[in-house]
Design a protein around this ligand. Structure first.
Ligand SMILES: [Ca+2]
Ligand SMILES: [Ca+2]
Length: 435
């Protein structure tokens, strides 16, 4: 990536750009590989997943607010006592803040939703499972994909091409970042590095002022951040982060906020989980209040840590019931979501990013050359990188205009991922080099 860094050295990026990362399908041993887990993380079992896209960041307040305003003016949602519902329905989508002091940074004026407290780039918290699913459906419609969720029942149609919440297996596979030898406890390794994630008492400059003590999405990117740029509530004038991105370039897979999975939580699901693309049980294990709950993953600023064992280990599973000490009436100020989309094998590969549709296509399979066509937002110079299935960089070069003819004769036969990015956009596609 050195060449890309050089190309983009003129652009000072203080936070990562929201984008979808292509996670190559494969097989892994799902479950707890250390001694910190509980029996719901066992037995370790082999799971094979198809390729999928996943957001490199959790959904931000700004992104969710755009959905709320769009949905409100289409009259598909309504606000009652500070809570957002589907019009005429009883499933809560999310809380709003202000008078309710819920920890939500979303304000509702009676007509318009806005983000308060300089938290536009922070994760959208106080979102319920149905609200996270509704956002997926909206994003699908906005991007020209078919919606996955029936919002009356919560059923997910996995054959659709739209956005949805990750299955538990997808989440854990993505969180591990492609590292299997050995299996790590956290997305970056085995060390509890508090400069790589927003954990309780991690001494970050957001551990002051009003809840929630979230950090902006992707804040832990290795940069020295300045209070002048972020206007954080703490008194520090600067804060040096470590790069918490994992092997797939995903941020905040540990800490900051718990994120919703598609699956119901069943304590002994791993005893009978299918080995190929498991989508969770048909219903959840009843919690002490008698109700089933959906799964949360990743730990949060509020309770990433717990001894023995950590909530933000890659293998940790918890139902939404156990989100805080006031179960089941604890606050939702540390719950957010992250979206996925299925990867579809096709003769022509295509990629799309979150904020706008940016298409990339590659002739596949290719032999001597691969023709890459792309349409990126923004006019700044673009860089091309090609990686093999293991993530090894095999080619990196600047790329000016579409189409670009990639010399492929020196590539070993196999599957490759090509990625084009500039300061505003990223698009990724998979292609096959044949014999
Ligand atoms: Ca913290
Ligand atoms: Ca657990």
């Amino acid at each position: 990536m050195q060449l890309l860094s050089l190309i983009f050295s003129f652009a000072v990026m203080s936070l990562p750009t929201p984008q979808m990362k292509l996670i190559p399908g494969g097989t892994f041993d799902m479950g707890c590989h250390d001694t910190l887990g509980t029996d719901d993380e066992l037995p370790i079992h082999s799971v094979t997943l198809d390729s999928f896209w996943i957001g490199n960041l959790t959904v931000t307040n700004e992104q969710y607010c755009a959905y709320l305003n769009s949905a409100y003016h289409q009259a598909t949602i309504e606000v009652r006592q500070g809570l957002v519902y589907a019009t005429g329905d009883t499933n809560v989508f999310c809380e709003t803040g202000g008078a309710a002091d819920s920890g939500s940074s979303i304000l509702f004026s009676g007509d318009t939703f806005t983000v308060s407290g300089n938290r536009e780039k922070h994760p959208m918290v106080c979102v319920r499972w149905f609200g996270a699913a509704a956002y997926c459906n909206w994003l699908s419609a906005e991007s020209g994909y078919s919606a996955c969720y029936n919002l009356a029942t919560g059923d997910c149609n996995f054959s659709r091409d739209g956005f949805r919440l990750p299955t538990e297996a997808e989440w854990e596979y993505a969180a591990r970042g492609g590292h299997y030898s050995p299996y790590y406890t956290y997305p970056w390794g085995d060390n509890r590095d508090t400069l790589k994630a927003n954990w309780p008492q991690s001494a970050d400059p957001y551990e002051a002022g009003a809840n929630p003590w979230t950090t902006p999405c992707g804040f832990y990117n290795g940069e020295l951040h300045q209070k002048a740029d972020f206007q954080w509530p703490g008194s520090q004038t600067s804060f040096q982060t470590s790069d918490g991105a994992n092997g797939y370039g995903l941020y905040d897979m540990a800490g900051n906020t718990w994120t919703w999975c598609n699956d119901w939580y069943a304590r002994r699901y791993y005893d009978s989980s299918p080995s190929h693309n498991p989508t969770g049980p048909d219903s959840g294990t009843p919690m002490p209040d008698g109700k089933p709950y959906r799964c949360l993953r990743g730990g949060s600023w509020y309770n990433a840590t717990r001894y023995p064992g950590d909530h933000s280990r890659c293998s940790n599973r918890d139902p939404a019931y156990y989100r805080g000490p006031g179960d089941p009436n604890g606050p939702w100020f540390h719950i957010s979501s992250r979206v996925v989309r299925p990867w579809r094998e096709a003769g022509v590969s295509e990629g799309v990013m979150l904020n706008g549709k940016n298409v990339i296509s590659v002739t596949s399979p290719c032999r001597q050359t691969a023709t890459i066509r792309f349409n990126l937002a923004g006019n700044s110079p673009a860089g091309l990188t090609v990686r093999d299935l293991t993530g090894r960089l095999v080619l990196s070069c600047p790329i000016a205009a579409s189409p670009f003819v990639l010399p492929a004769s020196s590539l070993a036969p196999g599957v490759y991922f090509c990625r084009i990015e500039n300061d505003r956009s990223t698009a990724e596609a998979k292609f096959v080099k044949s014999y």
